[in-house]
Ligand binder design. Sequence first.
Ligand SMILES: [Mn+2]
Length: 314
Amino acid sequence: MFENVYRLIQSHGTIILHRHKSPDGDALGSQIGLKHIILENWPEKRVYMVGDAAGRYAFMEDSVMDEVPDEAYTGALAIVLDTSAKALISDGRWPLAADTARIDHHIFVEQICDTEVTDTGFESCCGLVTQFAVECGLRVPRLAAQSLFTGMVTDSGRFRFDSTTARTFRLAAFLMEQPIETNGLYRNLYANDLEQVRLKAKFMEKIRLTANGVAYIYTTREEMETLGADLFTVSRGMVGVMNDIKGVDIWVNFTECPEGVACELRSVYQNINPVAVKYGGGGHQKASGATVADRQTAMAMLSDLDEMAGTAHE
Ligand SMILES: [Mn+2]
């Protein structure tokens, strides 16, 4: 599957690694991981990582991006990782490279590079990069293994999401041949600020249930002003307080915002995406979002979800 990518890497002295904007653990993990696999196996090559800053993943080792002049792209190979669309690539200079390649696990949107390896059967792009190393018999040094493992963990919800397969564990086991530090990794990923823990406690108190057991939280604009937290922190950040409640298989977080009401929908078994789409939103089968005009529309969405919860999923 990776013969062409292997040949491209082998035939270029300079390789510049791109990934999507606002990087997550998988984007950075595949970038850092591939960099150190290349350097370990071809020490004479120059490998650069470009893109916006690591943000909340700045704890990852070697996650500071390189300052690369335009001239570096002349004759170089650019590899785009973990990105499904051109508009999402961080650092738009990738077409300046002599050759381009992409490794990705998202649903196919468009062709971006001359050579592409995309496979939605992988839980993460890090899984694909690990598969590349295994298939090509490349050495994977500790730092590469640590980075790739991080991306596998974050994109698979710590090996919990449906995308997790036997292969995921085989590749994770291969990476764990290296001395990966998991305790510190999980601490960095899951430890919250005390302030955030207190905010979560407030939101747990706000959980309500519909007749058929859909959990929901509704936060008004007045409450938002008192909380002093931004929309993302409340809407995306607090929907998780309804995770893992026995008997609750569908839940939704409503947050009033200047555009109306932000809705974050989640489910364990059922496909709630059509409900999000019906109200002008989108996303995935078990995690979707929409912004509706007002409280009344939000409540109409809630009753649609309640109706769905009333029908057995088996
Ligand atoms: Mn990914």
